[in-house]
Design a protein around this ligand. Sequence first.
Ligand code: IPM
Ligand code: MG
Length: 370
Amino acid sequence: MVANKSLLILPGDGIGPEVMGQVRRVVDWFDRRRSVTFNISEGLVGGAAYDAHGTPLTDETMADAMAADAVLFGSVGGPKYDDAPRDLRPEMGLLRLRKEMDLFANLRPALVFDALIDASTLKEDVVRGLDLLIVRESTSGVYFGQPRGVETLPDGRRRAYDTQEYTDSEIQRVAALAFELARQRGNRLTSVEKANVMETGIFWREIVTKLHADSYSDVELDHMYADNCAMQLVRNPKQFDVIVTDNLFGDILSDCAAMLTGSLGMLPSATLGAVDDSGRRRALYEPVHGSAPDIAGKDMANPIACLLSFSMLLKYSFGMDEDAALIDNAVQNVLGSGVRTADIMSKGAARVSTSVMGDAIIREMDKQAA
Ligand code: IPM
Ligand code: MG
């Protein structure tokens, strides 16, 4: 029995609040059925916070996130905010959380469920049984590098620039975590950069190679250029176990890997910081999908990615592996029974709404716990 774990829920924009509504039902289920008490607080992030407070994340909410044992995040953004000032765009709320909580490792698993094999745009034999994990660096690189900006040159031309940068310790900590995770899985790590073109790429490869030799030589390591990795992900994704890469390549490759599974609506993620002196690890959990403004408010969105993010939260933040497995199994069984939201619909299946998918998963959890 686990008591009084504090949880900050940030539903955000678009379909965020709808899918989070289903997570709230699952949290309540745990409160009732498993004697687990979560102290839950809720806050605004993204466009929702911008509308209410003129900023995508208030200092109060930032402080709540720092204090919470774990943060569960929905999604941010939407066309309504296209003209918001650059530093007040909804996405900035998420980037500030990652940066200030120092959440340097974004774990993005791509797992193909047998029941959904038809949902992938790739041939069945290419993706059946796929289970890979992308570990994306998430507090540095070109997302945060200075200087950045737009300037007007003496001759009147304008010039925009960003800075790609990594320190040795930033590469070491994310690579070390990726090696550790590889040890718990297939014991293989692919490190991805552009060492053929970029200084940061050469440096990344050098640091990972040395860390491997010093501390993780039992793990099988290979290096791959990012463009080749994109191609290999589509050609033969099952060659990968764990991939570690920088912030920008990780953003792109994880969308690519996600789509191998058929729908972004299925994929959870965890973003982890270092373990502090008290043994606590700051962490934020979020579905990989975005705010999907086109279907927001229609009770159509797939809540599974957000539910599986909560499952990752139970596992990584609270060590509640059995409870996490209960959610995972319930999802698998519901999919196996042919219940589908629109994004993963296939012939002969029953198409249901967000809330009916939630009903089905909770019924299945009841069955398993009985
Ligand atoms: C992601 C998203 C974010 C990113 C956006 C919303 C800032 O695409 O989590 O992959 O680019 O990191
Ligand atoms: Mg992305």
